[in-house]
Design a protein around this ligand. Structure first.
Ligand code: SAH
Ligand code: SF4
Ligand code: F3S
Length: 468
């Protein structure tokens, strides 16, 4: 059973370190120190980095976008596929020369990849210029880590993963000002057999609804118009908690907040996605008509091996219900090609599901073995080259479907959040409630506002005219 944890505020001892780290950094560098944070991986990591940057600002650092200008360099890493890890090693390697020129620089590696013991061991042995390594549950202790390292302690390796209290009241420095992330839960209990996330993120823990509502209110007051609720499986929000608010209940509460804004969420797991949730999306006017519902494979045999706890039929029934209840629904999904033991026959089931559902877009991945997961120990006879061919076939199939879905927008009036300038003079750009990007005649005064756009053409981009 997952332990039910209480929440705690930003710990008092960290507040002490915040002051001390700020004073010591100023003394050592002789000027206001700068910090550079590079983020790899999913939105959860992007959101974590926003909190890391908030903590750093509080600890006297100014955030810079240029790595060579920084006295503190942090890599917030992802372990979901091998490629993600390789990219991180390449980037860490770049700090070696910087550190040679200026040994006072601090290099830290954190997040999902750093959480793995084998990675921490490799960093310890082969990357001596990395000063601090910490995982996914201790970012609020960053001021302490910085202070200790600045005051001459040895290298710091802290991989604590005790599924302890969710640390609240952490300062946040958000990357955008219109679209923002709002974490509602952390960790994952699903243990899909291919996936490393439950091992590196720990057990599923939900934030208290009041905390989430407070943060949503803050974001709305600060002008955010597009808020994405984050969790590895948002449908199991609140499980095991005394407050009794489930994900649908949470959506309704956020929907009832004052203000003109849009709510998105990810990720939904088909096994926990209920008809009630679909009804909630349909009845809450601020919840966008977009559902990201990863199916991973269209073959029941493979779904079982993946430990996904639903079958093709249930998935398709759910999609069918959602399409009926939510007009102009935009559907997206994740798919894995070449899971161990998958045959071309299994893959054809994936292709046929993709054709049947007609997703707006797909996130497609070739299976990547992750050490320590059950799938990594399964027989995997199909060569990578063959998987690559299947993958290309899937991309080609989806390309045609994506285009058809885009063309369906022509003739519709869409509510577009204007978020930038268009490609041509006099055009503004934005996104509808789903995933479509739309350009329309307009001017700067529309930035950050919802605009009603009648879509009339497509020339590689959907175009339309703003309605008065
Ligand atoms: N919690 C979310 C997202 C998890 S990671 C969910 O359950 O959907 C994002 C996607 O990466 C997954 O949906 C899956 O399609 C893909 N993925 C995870 N592990 C992988 C692996 N070992 N190889 C290839 N793709 C993987
Ligand atoms: Fe990974 Fe499955 Fe959890 Fe998603 S639900 S994070 S795919 S274990
Ligand atoms: Fe990667 Fe961790 Fe997200 S492994 S996909 S950054 S939860």
């Amino acid at each position: 059973m997952p332990q039910i944890k209480k929440e705690t505020g930003f710990p008092a001892e960290q507040s002490v370190y915040v002051e001390r780290a700020a004073a010591l950094a100023l003394k050592i560098y002789g000027k206001t120190p700068r910090a550079f944070v590079a983020t790899f991986g999913c939105q959860q990591n992007v959101s974590d980095s926003e909190r890391i940057k908030g903590i750093l600002e509080k600890s006297g650092y100014v955030i810079t976008e240029k790595m060579p200008d920084a006295q503190l360099i942090i890599f917030n890493t992802c372990a979901v596929r091998e490629h993600a890890e390789e990219r991180v090693y390449g980037n860490i390697g770049m700090t070696k020369a910087l550190k040679r020129d200026n040994p006072n620089i601090i290099v830290a590696v954190c997040g999902c990849m750093a959480q793995r013991q084998s990675v921490a061991d490799k960093l310890r042995k082969s990357y001596p210029y990395v000063d601090i390594v910490f995982g996914t549950q201790t970012q609020h202790r960053l001021p302490e880590f910085i202070y200790r390292r600045l005051s001459g302690s040895g290298r710091i390796f802290d991989l604590t993963l005790d599924n302890g209290d969710i640390c609240e009241d952490v300062p946040v420095r958000r990357d955008g000002s219109l679209k923002g992330w709002l974490p509602i839960m952390y960790g994952c209990d699903n243990f899909c057999t291919y996936c490393i996330v439950p091992y590196v993120r720990g057990r599923e823990r939900s934030r208290q609804p009041e905390r989430i509502l407070d943060e949503a209110r803050e974001m709305i007051a600060a002008g955010f118009k597009d808020i994405t609720l984050l969790g590895q499986n948002v449908n199991s929000y609140g499980k095991g908690e005394a407050h009794g608010v489930d994900f649908s209940g949470l959506l309704r509460r956020i929907n009832a907040l004052d203000g003109d804004f849009r709510i998105r969420f990810m990720t939904s797991h088909p096994k926990d996605c209920t008809r009630e949730l679909i009804d909630t999306i349909s009845s809450c006017e601020k919840v966008s008509s977009h559902l990201h519902l990863p199916f991973q494979s269209g073959s029941d045999r493979i779904l079982k091996l993946m430990n996904r706890h639903y079958d093709r039929k249930t998935y398709l029934e759910l999609i069918d219900y959602a399409k009926k209840r939510i007009p102009d629904l935009s559907l997206t999904s994740d798919v894995i090609v070449g899971f161990p033991g998958e045959t071309y026959e299994d893959f054809k089931e994936t292709l046929s599901l993709v054709r049947e559902v007609e997703f707006s877009s797909l996130f497609t991945f070739i299976y990547s073995p992750r050490e320590g997961t059950p799938a990594a120990a399964m027989d995997d006879p199909v060569p990578r080259r063959e998987k690559g061919k299947w993958f290309d076939e899937l991309l080609k199939t989806q390309e045609e479907i994506s285009e058809r879905n885009i063309l369906r927008h022509i003739g519709r009036t869409c509510r577009v959040l204007c978020d930038g300038f268009g490609g041509a003079e006099g055009f503004m750009s934005g996104h509808d409630s789903g995933t479509a990007a739309i350009e329309f005649m307009g001017d700067e005064s529309m930035l950050g506002k919802f605009v009603s756009v009648r879509v009339d053409s497509y020339d590689g981009v959907l175009r339309g005219a703003a309605e008065k």
